[in-house]
Ligand binder design. Structure first.
Ligand code: ES4
Ligand code: ZN
Length: 328
């Protein structure tokens, strides 16, 4: 249709993408074989992997996502993982991407911070030259490991500051409110990092308030539960705090029902800065254009809304104003 055509040709920024969540089953097996760790992945075949990607909650997904990470060991592994994502992003007309990585997932397995970061940044640099994609890296703290481990990770990152644009907060949400990480985010801000946090994915609207007030984030990742709090929605609209929404992720993890999707459209029309992203595309069944297409089809979005979403992706990005201007 015309809408799908428009989605496929519009240049866009992707702002919510876990690089570890772009590990396709084929590459998972290839790296497992190369690194002699086939025993570390709980599957015998590609079919078995795909059959396992049937989630009922955030945690049921995270368990498999962390298990898959066991095959990522060398700098070259991280390079190939990131490069494979960038080629797919280019096919979807992504011209700028801000990717998350989870250093603690790798350091806990004995893979140094620098190994993961260097593999990722080498691919990003190559993509700038060969695919015309600009990028930033955002390092995320795993909230289930608590604030002390997050603080240690931040300290470990300081020597690599020039390669890291911002800090984020991800993993299991319920029981790990943003306020626990206030000190970590305070130091990160002092060190010049931008800040984002997953909030209001499975957790309540209250966690979104905490991310705004305690962590002083520049964007909220997901944030769909904000819909349940009218005064929060009013605040986010007024402050133009962006939400990086991931429709296929929310459907796969059963975060919301149809009604919430429709409310999303109301918020978009009211001027909230909503962006569309793919989160963990290898696990959730589609890259960024598939996420736009899903929303367009389920809501019957018009061309004007699609155009607004593409524009929001640049407005919400950490690009310099000078570069941003070129796209909006
Ligand atoms: C994640 Cl969908 C989602 N939510 C929270 N943490 C994550 N890490 C990777 N994907
Ligand atoms: Zn996410």
């Amino acid at each position: 249709s015309d809408i799908l055509q428009l989605i496929s040709v519009l240049p866009k920024a992707e702002l919510h993408l876990h690089i570890e969540g772009t590990l396709e089953p084929e590459l998972m097996f290839e790296l497992a074989a190369r690194n002699n760790v086939l025993d570390k992945i709980p599957y015998e075949s590609l079919e078995e992997v795909r059959a396992a990607y049937n989630f009922h909650s955030l945690q049921s997904f995270l368990d498999l996502y962390y298990a898959g990470c066991a095959v990522l060991i060398t700098e070259q592994d991280f390079y190939e993982l990131t490069w494979a994502y960038l080629e797919r992003a280019a096919a979807d007309k992504v011209v700028h991407t801000e990717i998350f990585f989870d250093p603690q997932t790798h350091s806990a397995r004995g893979v140094p911070f620098a190994t993961a970061l260097q593999g990722i940044t080498r691919a990003l640099k190559n993509a700038e030259a060969k695919l015309g994609i600009s990028s930033h890296v955002i390092m995320c703290f795993l909230r289930h490991l608590g604030p002390e481990s997050a603080m240690a990770t931040l300290q470990e990152a300081l020597p690599f500051k020039e390669h890291i644009k911002g800090v984020g907060l991800d993993s299991s949400e319920l029981g790990f409110p943003p306020s626990l990480f206030q000190e970590v985010f305070q130091l990160a801000a002092k060190e010049g990092f931008k800040a984002v946090a997953h909030a209001g994915e499975e957790g309540p609207a209250e966690y979104v308030w905490e991310a705004v007030q305690h962590l002083k984030v520049d964007r909220i990742d997901h944030g769909v539960k904000s819909i349940e709090d009218a005064s929060l929605c009013a605040h986010l609209s007024k402050a133009q705090t962006p939400l990086t929404v991931c429709p296929l992720s929310n459907v796969k993890l059963k975060v919301y029902d149809g009604e919430l999707v429709e409310k999303l459209q109301v918020l978009l029309k009211q001027g909230m800065c909503i962006t569309i992203n793919s989160d963990d595309p290898a696990y959730f069944g589609g890259y960024v254009n598939a996420n736009y297409a899903f929303l367009a089809e389920s809501l019957g979005l018009d061309a004007e809304s699609i155009y607004q979403l593409h524009k929001n992706s640049f407005v919400a990005s950490f690009l310099s104003d000078e570069v941003r201007e070129k796209y909006i």
